[in-house]
Design a protein. Sequence first.
Length: 66
Amino acid sequence: MRIKAQVGMVMNLDKCIGCHTCSVTCKNVWTNRPGAEYMWFNDVETKPGEGYPRRWEDQTQWKGGW
């Protein structure tokens, strides 16, 4: 398969809640061809708490929404 384009996602990790929607979206976009359902995807490591993601519990900064 010849690569014609590359796609990247830019996200504010301070807003990350560990839902893995970014991983699911990426996999759905790139595995829509036969034989591609077993492609390897990088795991997103998320840990609640201080610093990872930073201040995830600070709702006043984001005004109650993500």
